[in-house]
Write a protein that binds this ligand. Structure first.
Ligand SMILES: C[S@@+](CC[C@H](N)C(=O)[O-])C[C@H]1O[C@@H](n2cnc3c(N)ncnc32)[C@H](O)[C@@H]1O
Length: 323
C-alpha cells in the first residue's frame, strides 16, 4: 500500500537522479505531522466575511469548487496547497465558533449522504462531532440523532455541538450514549439517512504513536474491529427506512475494515444495494488522490504530496423498497 511515488519531470542532472530526488514516500506523509494539511470548514451559523476575505488573500481555495452533483452552496470549505494550520478557536460559552479544522476528506462521507432539508438523519458514531457539524452546514434536517458510546467522547461531542450550533437548531438534535449495535432495535426504520463513521485502526494516530505497549494493544484490538464494524452496519440497516441511504466510512487503509466489511454486508442482504460513487471520485480528483478499491460503491482517499488528505474510505449503500 505504501508505494513510492516518483514525479518524472525533465531535469538538468539526468532522469534517474531526478526521479530519486523527487521521490516521496506516502508513508512519510501519513506519519509526519509536519506534512499534514488542515481544511477550514466555515460555520454558516456565525459567518465572517472578514475571515473569508483573509483566506482568499492567504491563497486558500474552496474545496470541490461546486463541481459535485450534490454540493450545497451553504457548505464552504477552504484549503491551501501547503501544510498551513490556522489556530483552533477557544471554546467560549455562548459564543459560536467561526470555523472547524478538519481533514478535507472527512467531507466526502457527509456529501455522499446527500442530506436534504427536513430529513431524519442518524450519525451512529458521532464524537467528536466533526461530521455532524458538516451535515448541518449542508441542510436543515427535521431530526438529527447523534450517538456516541464512549462517555468521555460524548462530552466532547456535546461541547462541539454547543460551540457551532445555535440554540433553536439544537432542538432538532438528540444526543444519546447507546452502543450503536443496539440502535436498530431501539429505532427501527426511523431514518432517511444513516452515517456509520466507524471506529477503526485510524492509521494517522496509530502509526504515529511511538509507545510500543500501546501499539501491541492496538494490534490486538485491530483484529476485532471488522466484527464490530459489521455489527454496527447491521444495526444501521435496521434503523434505516426502506429507500433510505447508508454511508459507511473509516480513516484506515485496511482492506479488512473497508472493502471486506462492505462485501460481507452486500453478500448477506438482498435488500441492500451498492450505489455507484465513482462520479464523486472523478469530480474531486484535483483535490484528492484515490487508490482503487475494486468496488463501484467504495472509494479510498490516500495521502499524497501536497494533498495530504485521508486516509478515508467511503462506501454508499441503499436499502431497497422490497425485502
Ligand atoms: C471515527 S470516530 C467518529 C468520528 C466522528 N464521526 C467525527 O466526524 O467527528 C468513531 C467513534 O465511534 C465510537 N464508538 C466505538 N464503538 C462504538 C459503538 N459500539 N457504538 C457507538 N459508537 C462507538 C468511538 O468512541 C469514536 O468516537
Amino acid at each position: 500500500m505504501y508505494s513510492e511515488v516518483s514525479k518524472d519531470r525533465p531535469c538538468v542532472f539526468g532522469k534517474m537522479f531526478c526521479r530519486k530526488v523527487r521521490t516521496t514516500r506516502r508513508r512519510d506523509i501519513l506519519i509526519s505531522p509536519s506534512c499534514w494539511q488542515y481544511a477550514i470548514l466555515l460555520n454558516r451559523f456565525n459567518y465572517s466575511f472578514e475571515l473569508e476575505k483573509d483566506l482568499h488573500l492567504k491563497g486558500y481555495h474552496t474545496l470541490f469548487q461546486g463541481s459535485l452533483p450534490y454540493y450545497p452552496k451553504s457548505m464552504k470549505c477552504y484549503l491551501s496547497r501547503t501544510p498551513d494550520r490556522m489556530p483552533s478557536e477557544r471554546h467560549q460559552i455562548g459564543i459560536l465558533k467561526k470555523y472547524y479544522l478538519l481533514n478535507a476528506a472527512s467531507l466526502l462521507p457527509v456529501l455522499a449522504l446527500e442530506l436534504r432539508d427536513g430529513e431524519k438523519v442518524l450519525d451512529l458514531c458521532s464524537a467528536p462531532g466533526g461530521k455532524s457539524i458538516a451535515l448541518l452546514q449542508c441542510a436543515y434536517p427535521g431530526y438529527l440523532h447523534c450517538n456516541e458510546h464512549d462517555s468521555l467522547r460524548l462530552r466532547w461531542l456535546r461541547q462541539t455541538l454547543e460551540s457551532f450550533i445555535p440554540q433553536p437548531l439544537v432542538k432538532v438534535i438528540k444526543v444519546s450514549e447507546l452502543d450503536g449495535r443496539e440502535m436498530g432495535d431501539a429505532q427501527p426504520e426511523m431514518f432517511d439517512k444513516v452515517l456509520v463513521d466507524a471506529p477503526c485502526s485510524n492509521d494517522r494516530s496509530w502509526l504515529f504513536s511511538s509507545d510500543s505497549q500501546k501499539a501491541a494493544c492496538r494490534i490486538s484490538q485491530r483484529r476485532n474491529l471488522p466484527v464490530l464494524q459489521v455489527e454496527l452496519l447491521r444495526s444501521a440497516i435496521k434503523a434505516l427506512r426502506p429507500g433510505g441511504l447508508l454511508v459507511y466510512s473509516t480513516c484506515t487503509l485496511s482492506k479488512a475494515e473497508n472493502q471486506d466489511v462492505i462485501s460481507e454486508i452486500l453478500n448477506s442482504y438482498t435488500n441492500i444495494m451498492p450505489v455507484d460513487i465513482k462520479e464523486m471520485a472523478r469530480t474531486c480528483s484535483q483535490d484528492f488522490t484515490f487508490a482503487p478499491t475494486g468496488q463501484e460503491c467504495g472509494l479510498l482517499v490516500i495521502p499524497d504530496k501536497g494533498k495530504a488528505w485521508g486516509p478515508m474510505y467511503v462506501a454508499k449503500l441503499k436499502k431497497s423498497w422490497t425485502t
